[in-house]
Design a protein around this ligand. Structure first.
Ligand code: PLP
Length: 398
């Protein structure tokens, strides 16, 4: 899937790739990407069917593992991430599961950031542990802790940067060094930045995970995921998908193809709105602390500046007071959507301690810094003045 030098898109910029990469045309010569809503394909002869099934002849067989619209999405996101190959999946979680099932076996060890998506923590700690895969959790930014916790059987270092909801930043190049010194692979969940703002493979990571549900769609419509990396690392992921079937639907792939076309423009607009909102919140008397890597006082600011093109659209902040104060701000909002989803053109607001992180114990939440007065906002593309006014209604009343 990597572009070769005689491809007209070889060396093209990310905006060109976002609009053009991966498109193939049917006999109808359609201008836009075609949606192939079909579960299977017909063969010209019994011999052709046999050759397709055995893999001797390339081509579509069955949409559990080959579909032209899904392939267009895989090729486009692979070109944008600079990856040799991509495997699309039904959701972000099934992308992580497919990677784990393809690469891990009983007796293996995974080193995972403590600050990953809550369901990712559950997948490793509660489900994969039943099959003899042991996972240790380390602080996101503590390079010494990562290096000290690597074992001889460690297969993956798994990290999400920036993290959710506190916008913690990990140094991808430094973690890649630690992984490679010990014969492990660095896996980066690039959901919050997308290739528009951060290219983990160019920084030394081996594998990228996305929840396409978030910014790749960008308009809150479909669930999807993708695993990306070298062809040698993707072969077993595709083999698992073929067997187990956590497949992306062609309809969703078509929506994601359209989402990718505006990804860079949206990410820049999300980042600009979030930066303004972070600065405004920082000056509000009812706000205690703002967590956003675009603020110079943020502990990850220097690394984020170096490894990201922009700081992204998600921020969180604590208000003076406890849970009641936080709930008052949330309940006073009339425009922002109260929902756990993020990465949408619509701004969303949520109280992590009682929703996304509600299943953690109070002690676990404390350790993760998810306090009762914390609010997370995924800053959308509404006018920034209206987003501020919507939050000011509650904040001014505290
Ligand atoms: C949402 C999310 C996931 C899981 O993706 P789904 O599409 O909901 O399965 C994984 N990682 C991060 C960072 C996420 O925000």
């Amino acid at each position: 899937m990597a572009l070769n030098p005689d491809d007209p898109l070889f060396g093209a910029g990310i905006d060109t790739l976002a609009v053009r990469a991966g498109q193939s045309r049917s006999a109808e010569d359609e201008h836009t990407e075609a949606m192939y809503l079909t579960s299977s394909y017909v063969f010209a002869s019994a011999a052709e069917a046999a050759a397709r099934f055995s893999g001797e002849q390339p081509g579509n067989v069955y949409s559990r593992y080959t579909n032209p619209t899904v392939r267009m999405f895989e090729q486009r996101i692979a070109a944008m991430e600079g990856a040799e190959q991509a495997v699309a999946t039904a959701s972000g979680m099934s992308a992580i599961l497919s990677l784990a099932m393809a690469h891990l076996k009983s007796g293996d060890h995974v080193l995972c950031s403590r600050d990953v998506f809550g369901t990712t923590t559950n997948l490793f700690a509660k489900h994969l542990s039943k099959f003899g895969v042991d996972t240790s959790f380390v602080p996101l930014a503590g390079l010494d802790a990562w290096a000290g916790a690597v074992r001889t059987n460690t297969r993956f270092l798994f990290v999400e940067t920036p993290s959710n909801p506190l916008a913690g930043i990990a140094d991808i190049a430094a973690l890649a060094d630690i992984a490679h010194r010990h014969g492990a692979l660095l896996v980066v969940d690039n959901c919050f930045c997308t290739p528009a703002l951060q290219k983990p493979l160019a920084l030394g990571a081996d594998i990228i995970i996305h929840s396409a549900t978030k910014y790749l769609d960008g308009q809150g419509r479909c669930l999807g995921g993708v695993v990306l990396g070298k062809a040698e690392h993707m072969a077993d992921v595709h083999a698992f998908l073929r067997t187990a079937g956590p497949t992306m639907s062609p309809f969703n792939a078509w929506v994601f193809l359209k989402g990718l076309e505006t990804l860079r423009l949206r990410m820049d607009a999300h980042s600009a709105n979030a930066q303004q909102l972070a600065e405004w919140l920082g000056g509000h008397r009812a706000v205690e602390r703002v967590f956003y890597a675009g603020l110079p006082g943020h502990p990850g600011h220097a690394i984020a500046r170096r490894q990201q093109r922009g700081f992204g659209g998600v921020l969180s902040f604590t208000v003076r007071g406890g849970r009641d104060a936080a709930w008052r701000v949330i309940d006073s909002a009339r425009i922002l959507s109260l929902t756990a989803n993020l990465g949408d053109v619509k701004s969303t607001i949520v109280h992590p301690a009682t929703t996304t992180h509600g299943r953690l114990s109070e002690a676990e939440r404390e350790q993760a810094g998810i306090t009762q007065n914390l609010i997370r906002v995924s800053v959308g593309l509404e006018d920034i003045a209206d987003i501020q006014a919507d939050l000011a209604r509650g904040l001014d009343s505290l």
